[in-house]
Design a protein around this ligand. Structure first.
Ligand code: HEM
Length: 182
């Protein structure tokens, strides 16, 4: 009996810290899981309004404009154009403040994709819709016109024919409904 008691006592001693350790690990795991769930919920909450399912397609494809894309020099031409465009947007006091804190490399890439798809190119637009991506800014009609002006200067600098410029601008102009929010 004495031996049995001491064996079970020894077992208890051995099991005790182990069980405590197990409990500690699972509490830690639970905390990690809870944190993961919290982050996922936060992401879902912020992702939902950032891509508004009611917003119009930000990059409607116009296969008939494919020849216009060639006049822009294709996707490579758009990439060069966007460098000039973004430099102009930053330099212009009317648009500069909007773009100062943005990830300019990302925005340029999204613009290349967007314009490329609109002009019937074999590209994919991976950015957000126009309503969501501009909703945190106070953009007035004057700001919109200023951006278009800067784009026109950039297109002229890249020798994009006037008619081709207008074909693109005609597709961008209606987007003021989602972008101008002041
Ligand atoms: C037809 C006109 C416009 C078009 C096609 C356009 C297009 C875009 C696109 C494709 C993006 C990236 C979307 C994304 O984040 O996934 C973007 C972002 C942005 N746009 Fe516009 N935009 C226009 C007008 C304007 C105007 C008028 C302003 C302000 C004067 C403006 C300021 C910005 C800024 C600051 C960002 C970056 C936002 C950020 O960093 O999250 N945009 N725009």
């Amino acid at each position: 009996m004495k031996t049995l008691l001491s064996i079970s006592f020894a077992l208890l001693l051995a099991a005790g810290p182990l069980a405590a350790q197990d409990a500690a690990v699972s509490a830690e795991e639970q905390a990690i899981l809870a944190e993961e769930a919290r982050l996922e919920a936060e992401e879902a909450a912020s992702a939902a309004p950032m891509n508004d399912p009611t917003a119009p397609n930000p990059a409607p494809a116009h296969p008939e404009l494919r020849p216009v894309l060639d006049q822009f020099g294709g996707e490579a031409g758009l990439t060069k154009l966007m460098d000039t465009f973004m430099a102009g947007l930053i330099a212009d006091p009317r648009t500069g403040p909007f773009f100062a804190n943005s990830d300019q490399v990302r925005v340029k890439r999204q613009l290349v994709e967007q314009f490329c798809v609109i002009l019937g190119g074999d590209c994919t637009y991976t950015g957000r819709d126009m309503k969501s991506s501009h909703r945190d800014m106070q953009i007035g009609r004057g700001d919109f016109n200023a951006l278009v002006e800067v784009l026109q200067v950039a297109m002229n600098e890249h020798d994009v024919p006037f008619a081709a410029q207008n074909k693109l601008l005609a597709k961008l102009a209606p987007m003021h409904r989602e972008i101008v929010n002041k």
